[in-house]
Design a protein around this ligand. Structure first.
Ligand SMILES: NC(=O)c1ccc[n+]([C@@H]2O[C@H](COP(=O)([O-])OP(=O)(O)OC[C@H]3O[C@@H](n4cnc5c(N)ncnc54)[C@H](O)[C@@H]3O)[C@@H](O)[C@H]2O)c1
Length: 329
């Protein structure tokens, strides 16, 4: 069994590779070529947390596994990330657990990559300005993915915690300097959001994080943070207004994402609002953006097949490069 730490994963696997892995995962999922039961979410009210058990099996990779991922929003005040996880990868040739890896790093990579895949496929090619809401544990990977797929000149970053947003912008300006983009905190949302070509929300918010009326024609928007029926980052106006709406999994989004469940309960939309899954666009089953003027919206709650496909590729590369620690029970 190969044990892989965050540093091991970073040594062998890039965001670009993660984006390709997630595109493959979405395509496999939407073609029904994986087994992905809805995840089991267990509430831990004592610490306002939740632990999710996410299993899946991907036949064409002979690979399966389960990610155990907890979301404890209070962690951020303790100097820890809200999302804590471990990935258990299973060889489905023998049923053996072949690897245990840092699931927190895996989650950041594959969640950034899901958003990166959506931007790559749906956003205008000439996108120059980005906006990112939420500067917590997932944000760095979101920003890196954004910059990997589009040649952005500027990205405005926002958080209800202004100090966190300022520190994030400063840190990212150094860490992601090679992309040559300016990372700006502390700009007025009303002033700069109408300039944004690509907008991503990755927060723990239970109410919309920006006014959808500020989104310009031709923009692409990603909702990444909300994953329970009472969480909502994208407002009802935008969910109704968007010209095309895509999701990672229709089943998962309709049962978990408040961004859709709340307006559906209010009668503002029905499930027909969703054009389809990103995997269906990737496999050519349905079209993506059709004009430069359309507003496209992508909602992801995260599906276990993203973890298995990405973890399988990380594991394979780590074996090739002799990275990680081998142990036997
Ligand atoms: N879609 C997926 O596959 C996926 C994967 C991992 C995590 N998530 C979800 O993404 C969310 C963010 O994860 P994280 O690890 O970055 O969390 P985090 O707690 O580390 O950071 C969340 C950030 O959002 C900010 N925030 C909260 N409300 C806001 C608002 N109204 N406006 C602006 N900023 C606001 C907080 O101040 C904090 O900085 C969580 O809900 C998590 O469950 C989704």
């Amino acid at each position: 069994m190969l044990i892989l730490s965050k540093d091991d994963i970073k040594k062998v696997f890039s965001m670009k590779e993660a984006i390709e892995a997630v595109k493959q995962a979405f395509s496999i999922y939407s073609q029904g070529k994986s087994v992905v039961p809805l995840r089991i979410n267990i509430n831990v009210p004592k610490y306002q947390g939740q632990t999710l058990y996410m299993p899946s099996y991907v036949d064409e990779l002979d690979s399966g596994g389960v990610k155990i991922v907890s979301v404890f929003p209070g962690n951020i005040e303790k100097g820890m990330t809200s999302v804590q996880a471990a990935m258990v990868l299973v060889s489905e040739e023998t049923g053996e657990v072949c690897s245990i890896m840092d699931g927190t790093c895996l989650t950041q990579l594959r969640t950034g990559a899901a958003q990166g895949a959506a931007i790559d496929i749906l956003a205008r090619k000439d996108s120059k300005v980005g906006a990112l809401f939420g500067t917590g544990g997932q944000a760095a990977a979101q920003l890196e993915a954004m910059l990997t797929v589009r040649n952005l000149e500027r990205v405005y970053v926002f958080d209800i915690n202004k100090q966190r947003a300022n520190e994030f912008a400063e840190r990212m300006q150094n860490e992601l300097a090679d992309f040559g983009a300016e990372i700006i905190a502390d700009a007025g949302v009303e002033k700069v959001l109408p300039l944004a070509d690509v907008i991503t929300a990755v927060t723990t918010s239970k109410r919309p994080v920006f006014d959808g009326r500020l989104v310009k024609e031709g923009a692409h928007v990603n909702g990444v943070g909300a994953y329970t029926p009472d969480m909502q980052e994208i407002d009802e106006y935008l969910v109704k207004r968007a010209d095309r709406v895509y999701v990672d999994s229709k089943e998962a989004v309709l049962s978990e994402a408040g961004d859709f469940i709340i307006p559906m309960k209010n009668g503002a939309i029905d499930s027909g609002r969703i054009n389809g899954e990103l995997g269906e666009v990737i496999s050519g089953k349905i079209p993506g953006r059709q004009s430069e003027k359309e507003i496209t919206l992508f909602k992801t709650v995260g599906i276990a097949v993203q973890d298995v496909v990405t973890a399988h590729k990380i594991y394979t590369k780590a074996l090739e490069h002799g990275i990680g620690i081998k142990i036997q029970f």
